[in-house]
Design a protein around this ligand. Sequence first.
Ligand code: FES
Ligand code: FES
Length: 150
Amino acid sequence: MRISLRVNGEAHEADVWEGESLLYVLRERLGYPGSKNACEQGECGSCSVMLDGDLVCACLVLAAQADGHDLVTVEGLAEDGRLHRVQEAFVAAGAVQCGFCTPGLVVAAADLLQRTADPSDDEIREALSGNLCRCTGYAKIFDAVRMAAQ
Ligand code: FES
Ligand code: FES
C-alpha cells in the first residue's frame, strides 16, 4: 500500500507492506535513521517520535497508521542549524555514552519540557520512565533535563 505522511515538516510518500512498523519505514525507506531500533517491542523507548504531537514508540505503530499524519523525529528537533536545548544539554552534561538510547531520551525530554516548563524530579522520572539506558546510570540524563529546563 502507498502512504503519505509528513516527517519534520517534509511531505513523503512510501510503498509499504501492511505489517511494516513506522520505525522500519522511517529508518529503511525514508532516510531517518535517528530513531533507534533496540527492542522492537515497546520496552526501551529508543524509537520515540512525536505523532501528531503525541509521544509514541515508532516500533509499535504500523506505518499504515501514520498515513496522513505528522511526525517529528529526533532529526527534526534542531532549528536553523542549532541543536535543540535538550540536545545541547545532553552534550554539556555528558549524558551520552554509547548514544543508542539518546535519540529517544531527547525526544521524550523535549516533549516533557514542551508540556511542563519546570518539571520536578518526579515529573522527569515519570516522563523518562519508558526510556531505558544501559550505560549512564541516569544521573547525567537527569542533570541534562534539569539544565535544559533552566
Ligand atoms: S525499539 Fe521501540 S521501544 Fe524499543
Ligand atoms: S548511553 Fe548507551 S544505552 Fe544509553
